[in-house]
Design a protein around this ligand. Sequence first.
Ligand code: GRF
Length: 208
Amino acid sequence: MVKVAVLVSGGGTNLQALIDAEKVGKIKNGKISLVVSSKVDAFALERSKKTGITTKVVLKSDFCDNESYNEALIELLKKEDIGLIVLAGFMTVLSKKFCKSFNNKIINVHPSLIPSFCGDGYYGLRVHEEVLKKGVKVTGATVHFVNEITDGGAIIAQKAVNVKDDDTAEVLQKRVMKEAEHVLLPEVTSLFCEGKIIVKNSIAYIKK
Ligand code: GRF
């Protein structure tokens, strides 16, 4: 059984999708064992406490720099013997050392079809605002491995969502979450725990 840690900073709807999937047996060979929040008031904390998952708040402000903050996270995740780290709205840039310590063991969900609308500064509503500004007709979500380049790791799975003429960024964000993020993230988490994802020459493949 792979021990899964979910790192959060906000509302935690993706965490909820994972919790719900686990409840109905859709996370095969995996168990959400730890939730780590970088914010004390993240609603995601309420969701994890309700289900009895071990929950920790690790605040950046308690450390002198980003490097020592990352060290503390590495230590915690190693101590808990975590086999998969899921970034579900975690608003902190992970250090090189963190990424190397868990090479191809960290996944992130991004609310666009990478390589569009991603990279530094593309988070939250901003992604969807830029999608609408550009007038693209299809957007979606991507689950990818995490390396030291923002949104730059191997792409594991993507799901498309149509953009409508009357969409606002808020409406589009909700649709991308519901139709794509909340579907993809549990699916990929399960595939990882089942040992079905392989990476060759920086490209991820799913074993049939
Ligand atoms: C999601 O849009 C996710 O794609 C991005 O951060 C947001 C987190 O939302 N990385 P939630 O906290 O899971 O509701």
